[in-house]
Structures are given as structure tokens and as C-alpha cells.
Design a protein around this ligand. Structure first.
Ligand SMILES: [Zn+2]
Length: 192
């Protein structure tokens, strides 16, 4: 099951989820590699590491994973939180009472919040969107929108990712997602 749990609120789960999503999407990481290239780049890094303490050398040698480039179109979209194949769900409150809202209605605030308070908690977030004393949740409309979005073809031909911040705010609406999680569309990752 393509479902990853990255820990609880306040533990840095969100920055970790974003880093992971960037890694999955980075075009440099996902370039088809020839084995000779991998070997030569490892050889280079061990040359560069020759004057560092031995622990650093070992680290280089045991980390064959390519790092994200921070310069490809995917990385730039991730930095701006506008990658069309990376979707976010988080607790929200209606802007007017009785209004059917989805997380996309708060996407501008969400992007600002993550950039300003990557380690913020749900209280910080609800303050940020002026929820006052209203209880946030991930509602049934959002669940329907998740199902709709993840059943679309990926915009850029790669993975589709849903990052859900604080899934405990799903409550009973979460039952709607069970089938999607059990039988996810092709190349779809859930990070909760
Ligand atoms: Zn990149």
C-alpha cells in the first residue's frame, strides 16, 4: 500500500513530507542513470572528501542516493508549493456558516503558512485563517475532492502525491477514502 506515515504534529512531519515529495518529483533524481555515471560521481565525491574527517567520508560512500537539485522545474514548483501533482489536505473551517468548502479554498493561506511556520501546529494554523474558536476538520467535501483529484491523470506524467496534514481531523468523513487507499490509482502516493 503506497501509504507513508511521517509522525505526529510538531515532530517536523510536514517539512519531512515536503522533502520526500520533492525527492519523488525532482527531475534530476528521476533521470535514467547509467551505472558508470553513478560510479564516477561516487568516485568524485570520495576524492572531494579525502581531506574531511573519516566519518564524513564514510557518509559519502554509504549514501548512493542522489540529492534533490533545487533547480529543476519540479523543485522550483515544490519550493513555491505549486506543483500540480502534489495535493494537500488539512483541517479547515467554513468561511461562512453552512458553506461547503474544500482545502483548495484555503490554498493561498496554506502556502503562506507553510513557508512562514513549517513547524506550526493546528492551533497556529486555525489562528492563521482566523477560525477563532471554530473546530477545524477535513470534511466530506474535501474527501470527495481528494478522490476526484487523485483519479485524474497526473499533469506532469509522474507521481501524484497527497500530503494530508493531521489525518486525525478526518473524523467519519475518512471512511470515504478507504477504497481509494486500498485500491489507489496508478503512481499515487499518500503521505499522512
Ligand atoms: Zn530537482
Amino acid at each position: 500500500m503506497p501509504l507513508l506515515f511521517l509522525g505526529k504534529e510538531g515532530s517536523g512531519a510536514l517539512p519531512l513530507a515536503l522533502a520526500f515529495a520533492q525527492y519523488v518529483m525532482c527531475q534530476k533524481v528521476n533521470l535514467p542513470k547509467k551505472s558508470s555515471e553513478t560510479t564516477s560521481s561516487l568516485f568524485e565525491s570520495s576524492l572531494f572528501g579525502s581531506e574531511s574527517p573519516s566519518s564524513a567520508k564514510e557518509e559519502t560512500a554509504t549514501l548512493p542516493l542522489e540529492d534533490v537539485c533545487n533547480t529543476c522545474p519540479s523543485c522550483l514548483k515544490m519550493a513555491d508549493m505549486v506543483h500540480p501533482d502534489v495535493h494537500f489536505s488539512y483541517p479547515i473551517v467554513p468561511k461562512k456558516s453552512g458553506q461547503a468548502i474544500i482545502c483548495t479554498d484555503y490554498i493561498t493561506e496554506w502556502r503562506e503558512f507553510i513557508k512562514s511556520y513549517p513547524y506550526g501546529n493546528v492551533y497556529d494554523w486555525l489562528q492563521f485563517i482566523n477560525a477563532e474558536n471554530k473546530q477545524g476538520n477535513i470534511n466530506v467535501h474535501e474527501c470527495n475532492d481528494i478522490i476526484r483529484k487523485l483519479n485524474l491523470k497526473s499533469f506532469e506524467g509522474g507521481y501524484k502525491i497527497l500530503i494530508m496534514w493531521l489525518p486525525e481531523y478526518l473524523k467519519e468523513a475518512g471512511n470515504k477514502l478507504l477504497k481509494l487507499i486500498e485500491e489507489p490509482p496508478e503512481k499515487t502516493l499518500f503521505i499522512w
